[in-house]
Design a protein around this ligand. Structure first.
Ligand code: BTN
Length: 326
């Protein structure tokens, strides 16, 4: 059910740019004028540009891409992800760290953490994730899937599919997935996924899956060392995109594929992953701890493991590593 504050916001949005009297609002919402004032004060604190006048009432201006729970929820129409708990932070160390804290404290599946900026954005293998303010989508989800711990890589691959679909649906970019968790455009990384898991002996307690997507980062804001390897939607399209719309699209695709995973198993997701990946049949080198193997990618197996025919013609099963297309 919409709260009074959400209803107030809806009324102001319906009349964006037009003054709405406090008296009319208090009649519509069946609350006092003082309560209207209090809600408006809170909305202003969230960043909504609302002008107030004792004579004319309230007027909402343009509020582009405001990363707040109310905006993300509006028109989202999911059933689990982002329905109940969305923690939206202007700035945090890492949305994965925040989501893990919430999950350890019992937060339900579907909990979402987003931030405008991360001071300690984390990537795989202890790397950092460049997270400038307003430049990207930094989002983490809490999952409690009925999977065995060994099946957790399915969630990473599924998230790659959902994030790629969301990106392509809004930007029409030719995005590809590189095993296990990179999303590339023209061979440069535009998004990454960090999956963290807490297990009991034979079951998953929770998974936190985090996605970082470079959205409105101009090339000159990428560190020199990143320019050859990384890109953003702005760099690729020349346009700025709404982080809120991207988050909504991602949550919708994520929920769709998560349901498919539960109802039909991993096979449909694995097939879609293969369609979106440009790795099957390619010659690659895979860097693992202490060793590098080169060969041709034969397949991704039902556990998300990379099957490589190496240069000595023997088949290798690789659960984790860094792939370079040769
Ligand atoms: C990688 O490619 O190495 C994974 C990058 C994952 C980055 C995201 S941003 C949101 C979430 N919070 C983090 O600290 N990391 C993930």
């Amino acid at each position: 059910m919409q709260s009074k504050r959400d209803k107030l916001l809806s009324f102001l949005k319906e009349s964006r740019g037009i003054w709405v009297s406090g008296e009319w609002l208090s009649g519509k919402l069946a609350v006092t004028r003082a309560a209207i004032n209090k809600h408006v004060h809170h909305l202003k604190k969230l960043g909504y540009p609302i002008e107030t006048s004792t004579k004319k009432g309230y007027c909402l201006g343009e509020s582009p891409d405001l990363l707040v729970a109310e905006e993300i929820r509006e028109g989202l129409h999911t059933r689990v992800f982002g329905v109940r708990d969305i923690l939206s932070l202007d700035e945090t160390d890492s949305t994965n760290l925040r989501a893990k804290d919430l999950a350890a404290g019992g937060a339900p599946e579907g909990t979402v953490v987003v931030a405008g900026k991360q001071t300690e954005g984390r990537g795989r293998k202890g790397r950092s994730w460049f997270s400038p303010p307003g430049g990207g989508v930094y989002i983490s989800l809490v999952l409690r899937p009925p999977l065995a711990p060994s099946e957790a890589p399915r969630i990473t691959l599924m998230t790659g599919v959902a994030a790629t679909e969301a990106l392509v649906s809004l930007t029409a970019l030719d995005a590809r997935i590189k095993w296990p968790n990179d999303i590339l455009v023209r061979g440069k990384k535009i998004a990454g996924i960090l999956t963290e898991i807490s297990t009991e002996i034979d079951r998953i307690d929770y998974i936190v899956v985090g996605v970082g997507l470079n959205v409105n980062i101009p090339r000159e804001n990428l560190a020199e060392a990143l320019r050859e390897r990384a890109t953003s939607i702005l760099i690729e399209t020349g346009e700025s995109f709404s982080r809120v719309r991207l988050i909504q699209a991602f949550l919708r695709y994520f929920e769709t594929y998560y349901k498919i995973l539960q109802d039909e198993g991993f096979e449909p997701i694995r097939n879609r992953w293969k369609e979106l990946s440009d790795i099957i049949g390619q010659r690659v080198s895979v860097e693992m701890i202490g060793t590098v193997r080169t060969g041709r990618v034969v397949d991704i197996d039902p556990d998300g493991v990379l099957i490589l025919e190496d240069d000595q013609r023997s088949i290798q099963r690789i659960a984790s590593g860094d792939v370079t297309l040769l």
